[in-house]
Design a protein around this ligand. Structure first.
Ligand code: PLP
Length: 374
């Protein structure tokens, strides 16, 4: 039996989303850009999906650009802004690599984060006040490693005050299951989503571009997506993504309550059964599905190996550079001491997580930690 606690990495597809794909894989295979009736059927499905996404996100259908993944949406926002407007890109140190690497590649400015991994608002204000010609600021709504929520409304106020000409982008890839996006969207110019994080298929992303085109496209060619993103659309994937997002939106509040209780029980059980388990970010600062802990005296790699052998799927974002384990850039930016960070374990819950999963994961993790410490 598989115990899957890696929903932040990817989620199981909703059966309804799989069903929504089928007609476009089997029968309605026409190119949605075509001019015949058959093509119009595919185009209609994309139009309907666009309406549904716009409804769940709180924007106009014409502001939704379907892309190939969350990474592409992030890349398009940041590099498209600098390409169109010149100037400097700014982001926070705990951003996903899909933002961070682009900002660094473009010679932008990386702002520090607080101990929970949320952008340091004072430092952001200082950077914006002292940097001429900031073209885009990118701050994630929910961190993928530790689950921290950043109040994008507050970030927006600072950006609008100190860099009124800059665009504000938020990577909301990890937010869709936990936050009402309608409360985030009004504060930003650009917002990224990825369907496989909310029960949709892999390889479908969205970039919301509020108020019309703001950045240069990343992919040029046939002019699909109103010239915003060329390439024949993934009709089946887009139809499925819309179904998954609509269902996620409808179930969000109930699921957040259910999963926060499971998450809290998981962390409490681990802390009561093994010494030295520290919750990296307090529960009231993060999303309901995130249980990130650091376990003293244990290396994530070794622990994950034992968990994998016992069919428990979890993760730790540490990278092996030049033979030595390096703590994740997120934990390093948060100021977590290196030896502590090397014992990081990310357990992320989602729609299919049950009480039995929590019981089983607890037993396996406790036994594995005891074994490693012997
Ligand atoms: N941004 C965040 C916060 C993520 O968690 C991820 C995926 O892990 C991405 C971007 C990239 O999304 P995709 O896997 O669709 O490229």
């Amino acid at each position: 039996m598989l115990t899957y606690l890696d929903h932040a990495a990817s989620t199981p597809m909703r059966p309804e989303a799989i069903e929504a794909m089928m007609p476009f894989l089997a029968d309605t295979y026409a190119n949605p850009s075509g001019s015949h009736r058959f093509a119009r059927q595919a185009r209609r499905a994309i139009d309907e999906a666009r309406d549904a996404v716009a409804d769940a996100v709180g924007c106009r259908p014409g502001e939704v650009v379907f892309t190939g993944c969350g990474t592409e949406s992030d890349n398009m926002a940041v590099s498209g802004a600098v390409s169109r407007r010149g100037g400097v890109a700014v982001c926070a140190a705990a951003e996903h690599h899909a933002v961070l690497e682009v900002v660094e590649h473009l010679g932008g400015v990386v702002v520090g984060v607080d101990a929970a991994g949320s952008v340091d608002l004072d430092e952001l204000a200082d950077v914006l006040a002292s940097t001429p010609n900031v073209s885009i600021v990118s701050v994630m709504a929910v961190n993928n490693e530790v689950g921290t929520i950043t109040d994008i409304a507050t970030v927006s106020k600072i950006v609008r005050r100190l860099a009124p000409d800059a665009l504000l982008h938020t990577d909301a890839v990890q937010a869709a299951c936990w936050l009402d996006l309608r409360e985030v969207t009004p504060h930003v110019d650009l917002l990224s989503l990825s369907a496989h994080k909310f029960g949709g298929p892999k390889g479908v992303g969205m970039l919301i571009e509020r108020g019309g085109p703001k950045v240069d496209p990343l992919i040029m060619g046939g002019g699909q997506e109103r010239e915003r993103r060329s390439g024949t659309q993934n009709t089946a994937g887009i139809a499925a993504a819309a179904v998954a997002l609509t269902m996620t939106d409808a179930e969000r509040d109930g699921e957040a309550i259910r999963l926060a209780a499971l998450r809290d029980r998981l962390v409490k059980e681990l802390q009561s059964q093994v010494d030295g388990v520290v919750e990296t970010v307090p529960a009231d600062r993060k999303v309901a599905g995130s249980a990130h802990v650091c376990i003293a005296g244990v290396e994530s790699e070794a622990l994950l190996y034992l968990l994998d052998e016992a069919d428990v799927c979890a993760s730790a974002a540490s990278a092996c550079a030049s033979g030595a384990m390096e703590p994740s850039h997120v934990l390093a930016a948060m100021g977590v001491d290196r030896p502590v960070a090397l014992g990081a374990l990310r357990l992320s819950l989602g729609r299919t997580t049950t009480d039995a999963d929590i019981d089983r994961a607890t037993n396996v993790i406790v036994a594995s930690v005891r074994r490693l410490r012997r």
